[in-house]
Design a protein around this ligand. Structure first.
Ligand SMILES: [Zn+2]
Ligand SMILES: [Zn+2]
Length: 121
């Protein structure tokens, strides 16, 4: 059996976790490369507010995310739902599993200490 104190803590944690989820769900993402919690620079694009992950960060892509494939319409889908034409030569890059914009492979992506850029909003 939990003591009164333990029961109180348990309920408090559950309620805060619920609140945290609500806050995360309402986040208007501000995406860069710095992990919000640790401050560590990663090759990944993350929301600086809620820590949501978006895949690898790209210096060249219009939305600053690496793109390795097209959707069923033959377009690149941006996180805000817009679709854009893939750049010339994308088929070869897809076969080589390279990003259409920076031409790097996901697993070889380097952790460049460049400035944090806004992707959307
Ligand atoms: Zn966010
Ligand atoms: Zn890229």
């Amino acid at each position: 059996m939990l003591t009164k104190q333990q029961q109180f803590l348990k309920e408090r944690i559950e309620s805060l976790e619920k609140e945290l989820k609500t806050l995360r769900d309402s986040c208007q993402h501000y995406v860069g490369r710095l992990k919000a919690k640790t401050g560590e620079i990663t090759p990944y694009a993350c929301c600086l507010i809620c820590d949501a992950m978006y895949g690898t960060y790209c210096e060249e892509a219009p939305d600053h995310l690496c793109h390795y494939d097209v959707n069923e319409n033959g377009k690149i889908e941006l996180p805000d739902g817009r679709e854009i034409e893939p750049p010339v030569g994308w088929k070869k890059l897809r076969d080589e599993k390279r990003c259409f914009y920076c031409h790097e492979k996901e697993e070889e992506k380097e952790c460049l200490e460049s400035e944090v850029k806004v992707v959307f909003n």
